[in-house]
Every structure is written in structure tokens, then in C-alpha cells.
Design a protein around this ligand. Structure first.
Ligand code: GLY
Length: 594
């Protein structure tokens, strides 16, 4: 588990990291000055900067790509090297992940792409899935109004109308410079000729095979001689290659009309889904204004509704801006209390207010205003937890939290922060037969019953109830932090409801606690989301005395069995202009640049 990062400042552990050359200096210094060893040691400790156990960030002068998978990172890098911009690279990474990271990368799901162009203009491409036209508010509940287990999770009835292809192509057409053929070249080649299965893919296939096997089309794609693919096997996806070629040739129509659309509709009929040809043909990605805010003088741009991510992030940061986080110290009881309390408030507002902005009125400006945050801050009691009242959902098992994020900055100064998802790993577990990709199970992100926890234990109300053609609320938090009119941090992650707190902690770790970007990523994370009323902490991160103090304040604390998000981050070093890539050690992320 990541997080074995020693705090900055004096610590015994950091002192043990004196390098050999420094030791030589120490010895010769003692011989010449003949100082007592205790004094010598004290002087030396003052002279040696505290070091963390994190690896150093990856440095590059011109451009950087950080994604969760190496082939995808290099597909993006190749596009940049050949003169493409960050948007071209993001589209290439997105399509490549659909092949090389089939458990979360996708063309059967959706996401959000936040773009900040070199001239300072910014936009967000919303390619969130939509409820099919035949969807109804009660489609996942029984006659007593109780949610039917698995109905919104397994099989194509759980699928929203996919948005990924429309979104990636919109980004390319509006802001890219390369052709579809160029940005899809790697993805098509990997699907056609195969990739070597790595341990990550083997383990996820084995872990999810019992559900994938419920669908013959999925079994066909993900098994070899009846067994899940194993590390070192070559995994070819010829049907997916065909679908990607159709997209390269015909663009939006290559997916949302014609043979691929026919195959999706056939799969619906075969496996009990409701997406129609009309749903597909009418799907469009939407360009939206990101949410804007600030934190201690840094500008923050993040995802706007239907993602709750940016709104929750800004509300949290606004609350914390009035707290001396630096003075409290990273992972101190007081800092964790302030963070958890801010998260609790922002996630409570999320549950109540956030929905698809095309369907519901969201008091957006209020939620992200400094005045509102000041009021919320006043309700946080010193050294005392505020209970989230009436929590009905304690004890629910943690589900898998699957999504994937990539951060890119190019040699022209454009920055792109993109998060894509099919919700659970392998989405609804149903491959569209003959088209070679899994469909999402994003309908579970709607609220089928008020206060009924979803796969991420999130609860919600009316604002996020199912309606035909409505987009479900998301936690995706692609974010760009700007300093002196230049991108400073490009950050986002996976982890369902935990994405937003993960992004917030990376920002705090850099801005308040002075960590370098890799330390900020590696540092153990905590999470609170109002309901359930508990702090989830990554094991071996919070010291025992901090756990004791927080329990004494009234918090319930649990070590989490899964990471509190996985982030992929780039920081632009202000003093040199160099780009520092920081992949998350909680997954197999790769940063590369030139
Ligand atoms: N499906 C996870 C999210 O969008 O938050």
C-alpha cells in the first residue's frame, strides 16, 4: 500500500536516508573540527533536507502524458512527438485504453474531458451516458419500492447510452489537429494484433469471470480455450478492431449508426436491455462551462454538472481555505478532522442538489461561493465530529470503484484532464456481440430510491432520479489548477465517490503541505462522503494517536480494503517550467514525456 511517506520536517525515518556521499562529508567534517558526535549529528540533521520514501517525479521539458496504462501513455506521447496537441493525444489515449485497459477504458461508457488551451480559454466536454428514452423512474425497484439487487448493475438493462465515442470525436473535431485515422492507429493495431496480457488484466479477468461468463459474448472475448487470459498470453480483439475502424472511417455515424448500432440494439434484445437505435442516433456530447474557483490564490477549474466532482471539490476547498491546514500539519488529527468535516458537508450538498443541469435547477453559484463555504465552516466544531444524521447504510460491502484518468500537457501549453468510466470494472459485464466492447452499468449512478446507497455507498434524492434521456450524476473530477496564468497541476483520478476527496488531498498536499507532486500522490488518503458516516483511511497511513484522537472526537474510522482513489497527475514546476509526471503507485500508471 502506498502512503509510507514520511512527513516533511524532522523525523527519524527521514534521517536514515542520508546518502553515502553525505556520510563521507560528515566523517571528514568531524575529523577536521573534532566536534562531539552528538553536536555533529545535530548539525548534520539540520543540513540534510527531510526526504520522503517516494520515487522522484518523471521530468520532461516540453510535454507529458500520465495514464494508468503504459501503451496508452505511449500512444499519447507518440501523437505529441509527431506534432499533435494535447487534445489529439487525449483522444488517442482514450481510444487506446479501450483496448489495453478494457476493464475501465472504453467506448461503451462515458466521461468528462476538461480542456485548458494555451490562450487561457477552457471548456469541458461532457460525454456522460444518458438514460435510454424508454427508461422509467422505477425500473430498478419492485412493487414495494425496494431496489432489486443487481438490476441496475449486471446486464445491459444497467447500461446508459454510451457517450465516449461522441465525446472523444467532438474533442478531436473542435480542438484537435490530427485525423481520426491518426489518433485511432495505435488502438486499432493493438486490438488487431493483440497485446501481451499483464498481471493486472489477468487478475481483473479472473476476479470478474463469474459475472462475465453469464454472457456468451463476454466469455468469447475474454477467455482462451474456456479459461480467462493469463499474464503473457497475447490478447487479440478482432471485433473491437472492426468497430474502431468503423469509427475511424465514419466518425460518429460509424458507432451510433450502421452495423455497430445494429449490434448494440441486437444485444439489447438478446440480453434484456432497452437502448434503441433512436437512442444511439440521437446521442450527442455537450460542451459545457467548467466550474471555476480558487484556493489560496491558485485558480481551480474542474468538472461541472452532471458531474458533482468539481462542485464538491470547490465547496471543500472553499471551506478549508479558512482553516490553517499548513499549521495543523498533514495527517494531524486536527487536519483530518477539518478535511473530513468539509467533505461531509460538500457530499451532503451533492446528494441533495446535484443532477443533470438540463433537467434540474442546481444552486451552482451558491454551492461554490466563498460566502456559503464560510457559513458551512462555522458549523464545524473544534475537536468534535458532527454526526451525519439518520444514516441507514452502515455495513454495506465496498464495491469495486472503476474508472480511469489521464492527464496531458503539450509543447504548446494546452492542458487536458480526462476521466472516463464504464462504472464498475467491465461495466455491466456484457460485451456487444460482434462489436467487441463492454457496455457500461452507469444507470446505477442514478438514485432509484432516496437514501438507498449505490455501488459507491452514495445516496441521493430527487435531483438524480431516473428520467428518459437524463444524464446520471458522476463523481469524476478532472481538474486543472492554474498559477500565474499557466497550468500548474493537472489532476484527476478513478475511485467512484472517492475521486473527489483524492483530488482534493493532492491539491492540499502540494499547496498547503509543500510536498513534491509524487509525494502528494503517494501520501496516504482519507475519505468521508457524509453517508455512511465514517472516515475510511488507507491502512498504515494515520498514526495510532491520530486514530485515537479522531475516535475521541466522535468519528467512526475504518481502514479501507481498496485505495482511496487512484490519481494521475502532472505538475508544472514554476521555477523551471519543467513538467513533472506523478503516476499513482496504487495502480500501474506510467508517466512519460519529452
Ligand atoms: N461511475 C462513477 C462516476 O461517474 O462517478
Amino acid at each position: 500500500m502506498a502512503g509510507a511517506v514520511f512527513r516533511t520536517g524532522f523525523s527519524v525515518a527521514s534521517n536514515q536516508l542520508i546518502s553515502e556521499p553525505q556520510m563521507m562529508i560528515k566523517l571528514s567534517f568531524r575529523v577536521q573540527l573534532n566536534l562531539p558526535s552528538w553536536l555533529l549529528l545535530s548539525l548534520l540533521l539540520l543540513a540534510v533536507p527531510a526526504q520522503s520514501a517516494s520515487r522522484k517525479p518523471v521530468r520532461a521539458k516540453h510535454a507529458m502524458v500520465v495514464s494508468a496504462e503504459s501503451l496508452a501513455t505511449f500512444a499519447g506521447l507518440d501523437i505529441l512527438r509527431s506534432g499533435g496537441n494535447a487534445i489529439d493525444a487525449a483522444v488517442a489515449v482514450g481510444f487506446t485504453l479501450a483496448v489495453t485497459y478494457p476493464e475501465a477504458g472504453n467506448i461503451g461508457g462515458g466521461g468528462f474531458m476538461l480542456i485548458r488551451l494555451a490562450d487561457g480559454q477552457s471548456t469541458m466536454i461532457d460525454f456522460r451516458e444518458k438514460a435510454p428514452m424508454a427508461a422509467t423512474r422505477d425500473m430498478y425497484v419492485d412493487s414495494s419500492g425496494n431496489v432489486i439487487p443487481e438490476k441496475s448493475v449486471l446486464g445491459p438493462l444497467a447500461s446508459g447510452v454510451p457517450g465516449a465515442v461522441a465525446g472523444l470525436l467532438m474533442a478531436l473535431e473542435e480542438y484537435g489537429t490530427k485525423s481520426r485515422a491518426e489518433v485511432l492507429e495505435r488502438a486499432i493495431a493493438y486490438a488487431e494484433h493483440g497485446i501481451a496480457v499483464d498481471l493486472r488484466l489477468e487478475e481483473s479477468l479472473v476476479g470478474y469471470m463469474s459475472d462475465l461468463e453469464k454472457f456468451p459474448s463476454s466469455t468469447r472475448v475474454f477467455t482462451k480455450n474456456g479459461e480467462p487470459y493469463k499474464e503473457g498470453d497475447i490478447f487479440k480483439q478482432p471485433d473491437l478492431a472492426k468497430t474502431l475502424r468503423a469509427i475511424a472511417k465514419d466518425g460518429h455515424d460509424g458507432f451510433y449508426e450502421g452495423e455497430v448500432a445494429d449490434r448494440i440494439v441486437e444485444e439489447m434484445k438478446r440480453s434484456g436491455g432497452i437502448i434503441t437505435y433512436d437512442d444511439l442516433e440521437s446521442y450527442e456530447a455537450v460542451e459545457r462551462t467548467p466550474v471555476f474557483g480558487s484556493y489560496r490564490g491558485f485558480e481551480i477549474l474542474s468538472s461541472s454538472p452532471p458531474s458533482a466532482g468539481g462542485t464538491v471539490l470547490l465547496e471543500m476547498l472553499n471551506i478549508l481555505e479558512g482553516v490553517d491546514m499548513k499549521g495543523k500539519g498533514a495527517h494531524s488529527s486536527a487536519a483530518v478532522h477539518a478535511f473530513a468535516a468539509a467533505a461531509q458537508q460538500a457530499y451532503a450538498d451533492r446528494a441533495l442538489y446535484i443532477g443533470d443541469p438540463d433537467f434540474v435547477e442546481i444552486p451552482q453559484q451558491q454551492l461554490i461561493s466563498k460566502e456559503y463555504a464560510a457559513q458551512r465552516r462555522k458549523t464545524i466544531q473544534e475537536n468534535k465530529a458532527t454526526p451525519s444524521t439518520d444514516a441507514p447504510n452502515a455495513g454495506k460491502e465496498e464495491g469495486s470503484h472503476e474508472t480511469t484518468h489521464f492527464s496531458i500537457i503539450d509543447q504548446f501549453g494546452n492542458a487536458v484532464s480526462t476521466t472516463v468510466t464504464i462504472n464498475s470494472l467491465y461495466g455491466c459485464k456484457t460485451v456487444v456481440d460482434g462489436a467487441g466492447f463492454v457496455l457500461n452499468n452507469e444507470m446505477d449512478d442514478f438514485v432509484s430510491k432516496p437514501m438507498n446507497p449505490d455501488s459507491y455507498e452514495l445516496v441521493g434524492f430527487e435531483a438524480n432520479a431516473i428520467e428518459p434521456e437524463k444524464r446520471m450524476v458522476s463523481s469524476m473530477t478532472p481538474t486543472i489548477v492554474v498559477k500565474d496564468n499557466l497550468p500548474y497541476l493537472i489532476v484527476g483520478g478513478r475511485g467512484g465517490s472517492r475521486i473527489t476527496t483524492a483530488v482534493a488531498q493532492v491539491i492540499l498536499n502540494v499547496i498547503d503541505f509543500g510536498m513534491n507532486v509524487q509525494e502528494a500522490v503517494d501520501f496516504g488518503r482519507v475519505h468521508h462522503q457524509w453517508r455512511p458516516d465514517k472516515i475510511l483511511y488507507e491502512p498504515f497511513t494515520l498514526p495510532q494517536d491520530v486514530l485515537v484522537n479522531l475516535r475521541a472526537m466522535g468519528y467512526t474510522l475504518e481502514p479501507t480494503s481498496i485505495a482511496n482513489g487512484r490519481v494521475e497527475v502532472i505538475l508544472r514546476e514554476p521555477s523551471t517550467g519543467f513538467l513533472l509526471g506523478a503516476p499513482d503507485p496504487r495502480e500501474e500508471g506510467v508517466a512519460a514525456g519529452f
